[in-house]
Design a protein around this ligand. Structure first.
Ligand code: SAH
Length: 220
């Protein structure tokens, strides 16, 4: 592994990344720490080498096993919305995938717990984060719809795959004041929602239409 692999060259260079950041700014991403992460996380190492030249386009790309790396705008939007509205020390991510969202979010929180149901994806994500020197993440192979009770309650929960309805366990593992970011609905009709847990009940805010892979039960 060379430094050049991480810093990028040509279509993966700093200039290409700056253009992506500029685009996200124009689309309304305002949190500078989040934009900084988008600039600094080498998205090209999270995809197949053959797709590297497309890594800084604002699109989802295949990562194998029928899954995709999330679109940078969505990663930025979800991260920003999760950080808004209070402390985000103890955070849970459901759907590690290739680990890109994990790498963007980890340095912005104290502890990040991430769960993935496809073991080889989790193994690779773990390696990449290690390579990037990110150490505050704990990985788990399992069904994220059940949350991670041992580390609850969470200040924030970010779900990177879409359930039809909000998993009850995740709501239970959110502390009062905590935010749950989750795309909800069947393919083609999903909406990104931010729930904030109040003293009594949940406050619901829609963040617009999105396209995610489905959240599935069990492990693969
Ligand atoms: N943010 C990730 C997105 C990965 S796609 C990235 O940038 O790579 C969503 C991921 O959620 C897939 O890897 C899929 O396997 C995983 N997933 C789906 N249902 C799940 C569940 N119940 N528990 C854990 N992971 C799940």
């Amino acid at each position: 592994m060379t430094d050049l692999r991480l810093s990028g060259i040509g279509m993966t260079s700093a200039r290409t990344r700056d253009r992506l950041v500029q685009r996200l700014r124009e689309q309304g991403i305002a949190n500078l720490a989040v934009l900084d992460r988008i600039r600094n996380v080498p998205r090209h190492i999270f995809v197949d080498e053959a797709l590297g030249s497309r890594a800084y386009e604002d699109t989802a790309l295949p990562i194998g096993y029928g899954q995709t790396i999330s679109q940078p705008y969505i990663v930025a939007r979800m991260t920003e919305a999760l950080l808004q509205g209070g402390a985000a020390e103890n955070v849970l991510e459901v759907g590690t995938g290739c680990g890109y969202q994990t790498a963007v979010l980890a340095p912005l929180v104290a502890r990040l717990y991430t769960i993935e149901r496809i073991e080889p994806l989790l193994a690779r994500a773990r390696e990449r984060l290690k390579e990037l020197g990110i150490r505050n993440v704990r990985f788990r192979y399992g069904d994220g719809t059940l949350g991670w009770k041992a580390h609850a309650p969470f200040d924030g929960i970010l779900v990177a795959a879409a359930p039809l309805t909000v998993p009850e366990a995740l709501v239970k593992q959110l502390r009062v004041g905590g935010r749950l970011l989750v795309p909800i609905g069947p393919e083609g009709e999903q909406e990104l929602v931010r729930f904030t847990r109040g003293e009594q009940g949940m406050q619901r805010q829609s963040l617009g239409a999105v396209a995610f892979v489905p959240l599935l039960g069990g492990t693969a």
